[in-house]
Design a protein around this ligand. Structure first.
Ligand code: SF4
Length: 221
């Protein structure tokens, strides 16, 4: 926009959005790039992105998952989740069986073909992982800590779906070794955990009770 000679802005950067707003915009842009990577992969495999994400979510979950859990993870309605599940079942990538923890309920499981597809999906987003891996190790650890802090704040809004993360795990002991480079502890393997080793999707994770979960995330909030 043209600006007259005598109407200089009072402060040159006054229109710059807050840092918080730019953080959210940047995360949104990264998510869009990853979604488009997922879209390319999914299209080539005759899947839609929701179906691809479902296969990814089921990866390593040998006990299967409920439809309602999948819908919550993807922030979609149960009806939409059900449509995608039906499509995946008809493609031979998923099957339904009795839930191990409740014989009256149905759970969803990956077929061997579905498991192979889920593994390939991980590779489709390898470009983003490579970009993160190119950062110096100290910056990766800082970024991971910052993201945990942001997730901890989002958890307070009850909008963030459950993760198989250390901070939500019953085996996690926060600050068991105060002042040490690896201050936290995993009781399952009985070993100290540093922040760079905290997992966001651990196959051995078992959910902690809500009070313990809230206490663990509060360490980062
Ligand atoms: S490494 Fe796995 S089992 Fe250990 S605390 Fe983290 S999520 Fe739990």
């Amino acid at each position: 926009m043209m600006q007259s000679m005598d109407s200089k802005p009072k402060k040159p950067w006054q229109d710059t959005p807050d840092v918080s707003a730019r953080i959210v915009t940047s995360i949104g842009r990264i998510a869009s790039v990853m979604r488009s990577g997922m879209w390319e992969f999914a299209t080539a495999e005759h899947l839609n992105p929701t179906q691809a994400e479902m296969l990814q979510l089921l990866q390593g979950r040998k006990q299967g998952v409920r439809l309602s859990w999948l819908a919550a993870q993807l922030s979609i309605s149960a009806a939409s989740a059900s449509d995608s599940v039906s499509a995946l079942v008809s493609k031979g990538l998923l099957y339904k069986a009795r839930a191990e923890d409740d014989g009256r309920a149905t759970a969803l499981f990956l077929t061997p073909e579905g498991a192979a597809m889920a593994a390939r999906i991980g590779g489709a987003l390898g470009f983003a992982e490579q970009a993160a891996a190119a950062l110096p190790a100290s910056q990766q650890a800082e970024l991971l800590t910052g993201l945990f802090k942001l997730i901890a704040q989002l958890q307070k809004t009850d909008r963030f779906p459950e993760m198989r993360a250390c901070l939500s795990c019953r085996f996690f002991e926060p600050n068991a070794h105060p002042g040490k480079p690896a201050p936290h502890h995993c009781k399952l393997v009985d070993a100290p955990l540093s922040v760079p080793l905290l997992r966001t999707d651990c196959l051995e994770q078992e959910p902690a009770d809500p009070v313990t979960k809230a206490r663990n995330w509060k360490v980062f909030a």
